[in-house]
Write a protein that binds this ligand. Sequence first.
Ligand code: SAH
Ligand code: SF4
Length: 386
Amino acid sequence: MQKAPAVAASGKINLSGLTRDELRDVLLGLGVPEKQARMRVQQLWHWLYNRGATEFDMMTNVSKEMRALLAEHCDIRRPEVSVSLLSEDGTRKWLVRLDDGNEVEAVFIPEDDRGTLCVSSQVGCTLTCKFCHTGTQKLVRNLTAAEIVGQVLIARDALGEWPSPADGRLLSNIVLMGMGEPLYNFDNVKAAMKIVMDPEGISLSKRRITLSTSGVVPMMGRCGEEIGVNLAVSLHAVRNETRDRIMPINNKYPLEELLTACANYHGVSNARRITFEYAMLKGVNDSLDDARELVRLLKKYDIPAKVNLIPFNPWPGTAFECSDWDTIHAFSEYVFNEGISAPIRMPRGRDIMAACGQLKSASEKVRKVDLPKAAPETIPENTPMP
Ligand code: SAH
Ligand code: SF4
C-alpha cells in the first residue's frame, strides 16, 4: 500500500508523518548505502517522533554531511493550521489545511485525568448519517497516514509536549472520532496508528486509543487484530427500521451483523469493553422502550459494553432536536439499573462547533461565518523545540 512520500512545491520530500519503511525508501533514494540506512532511520525516527524536530540542524547525532544531504532534498513540515480556536471550557479546535488546500479538523479535550485528541481520518465522509454535520459535506477524500499523524504532531507542538514524556502527559489519549469513517480508510489509519503507538516515538499505548466506526462490519475484525485499539461503535438506534433511516450504512450491515461483529471483537472483555455511542434524538430513539431494547440486545449478544449517551449537538440547518434532560436521565438510569454503565457525555467545545458531529470544514466558503464567536487561540502554534 506504500505510496510515494509527499513532495512539496519546493521539490522537497516531506519526512513528517512517514513510516519507517517510507523513511528507508527516501534514504535509499538519496543514495544512502543500505548498510547505513537502518541506523539512519532509527535516528530520524527518534528526532521526528520523540523529539518533535522540525529542523535537520537539531539532529546533533547525525553527521553534518548527512544533515546537509537531508536538508537539500527533504524537509519536515506539519500540515498548516489555518484557524485555531479555544473554547470557554478549554477545548481547542484546529482547522488543518492540507497540501491540496482541503481542510480537516482536530479537537483537543482536556479533562482532569486525561487529555484526548480527536483526530479526523477523511476530508468529509461518504456516509450520510442524518444527524451528523460531517455527513453533509460533499468533498471527500481519504487522509494519508502522514496527514493523520500530522494532526497529532500539531497538537503536541501546541501543547509543547516534546520530547515524549514518560507519564503525566497532556495529550494522553487519541480517539478516531473526528471527520470521516476510519474503517473506510483502513490502511492509512493503521499505518498512522502504528507510528503513534511505536515505543521509540510518540509511544501511546493501544489501550489509550479508540477507533469509532459507524459499523463497517467487514473491517471490524481486522481493526481488532491488526491495529488492536479499543472500539467504539456509533449505534444510535436499536431497531433496524430506525437505524436504516438515520444511518444509511445500516441497510448494508444491519444490527444483527453489527452486534455479532462486536461480540467477536479481538481482545474484548469486561476490562476492555466496547463503547456504544448513542446520540439522544428527541422523539426518534429516546424512549424507555428503546432503552429496554438496547439492554436486551447487549445481553442477547453478550457484549461487554458501556454506552455513552451523547446529548445531540445541533448544527445549522439540522432537523433533529436534542432530547429533554429528564428523558436522557431516565434512559441513562434504566440502562444503568440493568447493570450496564451509561454515562451522559456532557458536550465539550460546543461554542466553537467542536462537539461530536459538529465538525464540518472542507474548503468551504462559509468558515468563520458559520461559527459562533469564540476566543482566538493565544498559544503560538509552533512552540519552539526544547
Ligand atoms: N464516522 C465515525 C467517527 C465519527 S465519531 C463514526 O460515525 O463512528 C463521532 C461520533 O459523534 C459518532 O458516534 C457520531 O455518530 C456522533 N455524532 C454525529 N453527529 C452528532 C451530533 N450532531 N450530536 C451528537 N453526536 C453526533
Ligand atoms: Fe460519517 Fe460518522 Fe458522521 Fe456518520 S456519524 S456521517 S459515519 S462521520
